[in-house]
Unconditional design. Structure first.
Length: 407
């Protein structure tokens, strides 16, 4: 692979920021609108709440003064998981909310107990949870939330509920992902008083309301990691612009010294890689700054032809190995036992017709197809489109032979 491309804004930063826009009584301009299906769906949710949205010079411009609806219907909520973390923001704006259960990737049971417990700690009443989650926030106020697990979505939901709740909210054992820091920065730019994001305690001093804001969300660390792994899989030299190497320490440390070298120059990452790699004795997915679960299928694709046996442990989502059946059709030798994948490296993979089982699993199959002998066809690519805007264009710029076929 030889070439360069620009990394888009992060899906997982843009989505909660769009939810945060619900709190803003004014004009919200979000720069570099990334054309991912999940983000288009979330924009539709905002329009359904009464927002006026338009794309202007690649930016999303939202008029949030006209919001008049506190309900997210089933047909919109099931399209994206972000509907659930809109709950806190809708409550902040309307003091009541009715949100259908969320959709998103089929990668595990994905409960929402931590979200609801957190909201209850802010004196919000969950009135009903059958089909719709109906909440009364008339008496919502700051409170202390102790998260049993540093859930990204629950942390974001509570930050948004606390932003305009009277008094001080503390989230203890909060998630530390860069997207949480970005949400804090966005909300603060709109007038919120939040501190501590990026650490395990976040403090929110409630303010009466949030205002107009213009904001550029961070670049997507998962897309960046995906393309770095594509380069590791194929060998070569690539340059990624608008990329933050500091958000990918856990991946870089696994690849450095394994026939890969990296340079970082002011938002650009340059990577050189040979084609062959050694196995990695153990990778465990963990909350940030641990190895991201969203890069698990892509690194398994790489390890499927590494020399020796690797072990990957998936700690976040129990059914995130569905794509492995498809990878096996290409000749990979992978055994799944509970949360572990034991990967015996094979000399090469072979092209096959496979199907995306979920967003990141589908991308793992695309990467496997890049190194496989012969042609690979990946189906069900609307899964991939949820988090990559025409992945084939970026990968072509990086030197891959790939195209989208419309039947
Ligand atoms: C977010 C990301 C997703 C990423 C994940 C973990 C977005 C839009 N999505 O998802 O891409 O894979 O973080 O980095 O940002 N849990 C509970 N109860 C809850 C909430 C979560 O038990 O109420 C569990 C989940 O089942 C899972 C773990 O906590 O095992 C992590 O989930 P969480 O951090 O909440 O992930 P999401 O916010 O859904």
């Amino acid at each position: 692979m030889f070439g360069s491309c620009k990394i888009a804004c992060a899906k997982n930063a843009y989505l909660p920021i769009l939810a945060g826009a619900i709190l803003c009584d004014g004009k919200v301009t979000l720069k570099n609108y990334p054309n991912f299906l999940d983000i288009i769906n979330m924009t539709n949710i905002l329009e359904n709440l009464g927002a006026k949205a338009k794309i202007q010079d690649k930016n999303l411009v939202l008029d949030m003064t006209s919001l008049n609806n506190y309900e997210i219907p089933h047909e919109l909520a099931t399209l994206t998981r972000s509907s659930i973390f809109s709950l806190g923001a809708i409550l902040g704006r309307f003091k009541k909310a009715r949100v259908a259960y969320p959709g998103g990737c089929e990668i595990g049971s994905r409960p929402i107990d931590l979200h609801l417990k957190g909201l209850e700690a802010l004196n919000i009443k969950v009135l009903d949870r059958r089909g719709f989650i109906t909440c009364d926030g008339e008496n919502m106020r700051g409170g202390v939330v102790n998260l049993d697990f540093p859930s990204v979505g629950a942390t974001e939901n509570i930050m948004m509920a606390g932003a305009t709740a009277k008094g001080v909210t503390k989230i203890i054992n909060s998630a530390k992902e860069p997207e949480i820091v970005d949400l804090q920065n966005f909300l603060n730019s709109a007038g919120a008083k939040i501190s501590g994001a990026g650490t395990s305690v976040i403090t929110i001093q409630g303010v009466p309301k949030l205002n107009s804001v213009e904001y550029l969300p961070i670049s997507d660390r998962i897309i960046t990691g995906t393309y770095l792994l594509a380069c590791a899989i194929c060998g070569g030299e690539i340059e990624l612009h608008n990329a933050n190497i500091g958000h990918l320490d856990s991946l870089i440390s696994k690849l450095s010294g394994n026939n890969c070298r990296f340079w970082n120059k002011k938002g650009r990452i340059i990577m050189q890689s040979g084609k062959k790699h050694k196995s990695i004795s153990k990778i465990e997915t963990m909350p940030y700054p641990g190895f991201p679960t969203d890069l698990q299928p892509q690194i398994v694709a790489m390890l499927s032809t590494a020399k020796g046996t690797s072990l990957v442990v998936e700690n976040l989502f129990e059914t995130r190995y569905k794509y492995v059946n498809e990878l096996s059709k290409m000749g990979a030798d992978i055994m799944i036992k509970d949360r572990s994948a034991i990967i015996r490296g094979v000399p090469k993979l072979f092209g096959a017709s496979v199907n995306s089982t979920d967003l990141r699993g589908g991308v793992g199959l695309v990467l496997a197809g890049l190194m496989a002998d012969g042609f690979t066809t990946v189906g069900n690519i609307q899964q991939i489109d949820r988090g990559y805007a025409h992945i084939e264009n970026d990968l072509s710029k990086l030197g891959a032979e790939i195209k989208r076929i419309h039947f």
